[in-house]
Every structure is written in structure tokens, then in C-alpha cells.
Ligand binder design. Structure first.
Ligand SMILES: CCCCCCCCCCCC(=O)SCCNC(=O)CCNC(=O)[C@H](O)C(C)(C)COP(=O)(O)OP(=O)(O)OC[C@H]1O[C@@H](n2cnc3c(N)ncnc32)[C@H](O)[C@@H]1OP(=O)(O)O
Length: 252
């Protein structure tokens, strides 16, 4: 059955092969990819239906997570005056999928070669609520990204509390999302001060802003706090470097 489906896909791909040119809503994924090695892509109606947006609330989200979600989601509906009397909505929720590159706008199905490199681990823990539950909101006017995170039992480090590496992952994701607003980036440096432990099952707010830019470099700072902002859990600074995503995908 699986092999049969595989053959059907291969057939489709041979029929409709294009040079890779894809874009997703986040600007990071608006980078055109044109390369003979990554050209195997078919424009197909998705056979699986729409990809599941994992940054939407699910039954495991607690009241604090829901309250924060509703707050930031409501900001995504607020229009502000822009130049020329036009209106803009500066806040946007970033959808989250289990694979970064599998789905793109317009029903594009990327080649298996690219898919195999495109799994995002924070979105690939099957049991809802067991690890990272999160939603990211970005304000491109203010160059700010806010993540709301509920941390599950699989992230345990010190008994009953979140592992420092998991906190680093959270920070890397939020700062990385902000850094990639204007194109693909890689984390070059992440400097973390752990101020107070985070209890498993709790919800935290992660706020990041761009401090400085120098050529390809973006310097970003970040704070992890309790939902009401009274408790500081973690502070961090990060350096991101813009990269050519073709080189990353092709391993050059
Ligand atoms: C939709 C949902 C979204 C969800 C979004 C989810 C986002 C998740 C984001 C995850 C991002 C990651 O985890 S990325 C994975 C972790 N990171 C990595 O594996 C990166 C590994 N490192 C590298 O690939 C490379 O070292 C790079 C790309 C970072 C830099 O290499 P390069 O491009 O060759 O640049 P290079 O010439 O070395 O350096 C350029 C300039 O930067 C400086 N520089 C380079 N590295 C450093 C450094 N660590 N600390 C200070 N400065 C540095 C150099 O001195 C130089 O300065 P000057 O002489 O010009 O002044």
C-alpha cells in the first residue's frame, strides 16, 4: 500500500517537475530556491488535505496559556494607521507545522529530499501537551516576537522543572523567528542566564527584540517570564547571521 502510494507520487512528480520556487507566509520561507539538485517538486492538490496548524489551542492548553493566546490573538486584529492613510495590522500569529518545508502556499508538494531535511523537532512530539506547546506572535513594525509556551513533562531536567536545554530551545525558536523576518538565518551565538527555574506544566511568556544590526548580523535579546511578568526566569542574547538557504539545503 505504502509502496503503491510512493509510486503514484513518483509518477506525479515526473509529470509535473518544476524548478523550486516556494514561499510560505513567514518571510523566512519567501526565499526563492532555484537549483537543479532541489528541482524535484510537483504542484499538486495536497492529497492529505490542509496541514495541521499546531500553534492553535488544543485540549491540553491550561487557562493561562489560553488567556495569553486570546490576548495576543486579539492584537492580531488591531489595525493601526500606516503611511498614506492606509491601515495595517502589525501583529501576526505565525502558524506552526510539523515540517517546515513540506507545505507551501498554492498546494506545493516539495520533494522527499527536501522534506527529509525539514522536520522541526519542537513540533514533532506526538503526544499533545507532553513537551512544547506554543504559539508565536510577531510584530514586524516594532521588530518584536512574543512566544507563549506551556512546558510538558517530557522536558524535565531538575526534578519537577524544565531542562536548561529545553529552555535554550524555546529561546532559540523565539529569537530565531524574529531574526528570520527578513530572510533565512542561523544561530551563531546564544548566551543564556538562568535566573529562576520553570516548573513543569507552567506557562511562560518569551519576549524578544532586535537590539542591533551590522551587515549580516542581527543581535537579539530575550526574556522569559511568568505570564504576569512578575517573575524573571531567563534572560538571553543571541546573534544570528543571515545565510543563503540554498547552501544550507545543498550542504555547501
Ligand atoms: C514559521 C515558524 C518559524 C519558526 C522558526 C524556528 C526558528 C528556529 C531557529 C533555529 C536556528 C538554529 O537553531 S540554527 C542551528 C544552530 N546553529 C548552527 O548550527 C550554526 C552553525 N554555524 C554556522 O553555520 C556558521 O558558523 C554561521 C552560519 C553561523 C556563520 O558562518 P559564516 O556565514 O561563514 O560567517 P563567518 O564568516 O564565520 O562570520 C561572519 C561574521 O560573523 C561573526 N561571527 C560568526 N560566528 C560568531 C559567533 N559565534 N560569535 C560572534 N561572532 C560571530 C564573524 O566574526 C564575522 O564577523 P565580521 O568579521 O564580519 O565582523
Amino acid at each position: 500500500m505504502t509502496r503503491g502510494l510512493g509510486r503514484v507520487f513518483s509518477g506525479f512528480k515526473r509529470l509535473v517537475t518544476l524548478s523550486v520556487m516556494w514561499s510560505m507566509k513567514h518571510p523566512m520561507y519567501s526565499v526563492p530556491l532555484r537549483s537543479p539538485s532541489v528541482r524535484s517538486m510537483a504542484v499538486l492538490p495536497l492529497p492529505f488535505g490542509k496541514p495541521k496548524d499546531l500553534s492553535l489551542p488544543n485540549a491540553t492548553w491550561g487557562p493561562e496559556m489560553m488567556q495569553l493566546y486570546e490576548h495576543y490573538n486579539s492584537l492580531c486584529k488591531v489595525e493601526v494607521e500606516a503611511e498614506g492613510g492606509q491601515k495595517k495590522v502589525p501583529w501576526k500569529r505565525i502558524p506552526g507545522y510539523n515540517r517546515l518545508l513540506k507545505y507551501a502556499t498554492g498546494g506545493v508538494y516539495l520533494s522527499k529530499m527536501i522534506q527529509s531535511k525539514a522536520r522541526l523537532f519542537t513540533r514533532n512530539i506526538r503526544e499533545p501537551g507532553a513537551a512544547f506547546e506554543y504559539a508565536l506572535f510577531i510584530n514586524s513594525e516594532e521588530e518584536k516576537c512574543v512566544g507563549i509556551w506551556q512546558v510538558g513533562h517530557l522536558l524535565e531536567g531538575p526534578p519537577g522543572h524544565v531542562h536548561g536545554g529545553a529552555i535554550a530551545t524555546i529561546i532559540d525558536t523565539v529569537t530565531g523567528c524574529l531574526a528570520s523576518l527578513s530572510g533565512a538565518v542561523m544561530t551563531a551565538n546564544l548566551n543564556i542566564n538562568y535566573r529562576s527555574p520553570i516548573q513543569l506544566g507552567n506557562t511562560v511568556v518569551v519576549e524578544s527584540i532586535v537590539d542591533k544590526r551590522e551587515g549580516r548580523k542581527k543581535f537579539i535579546s530575550c526574556k522569559v517570564t511568568s505570564p504576569d511578568g512578575t517573575k524573571l526566569h531567563t534572560e538571553a542574547t543571541a546573534l544570528f547571521l543571515s545565510i543563503d538557504i540554498n547552501q544550507l539545503l545543498l550542504g555547501r
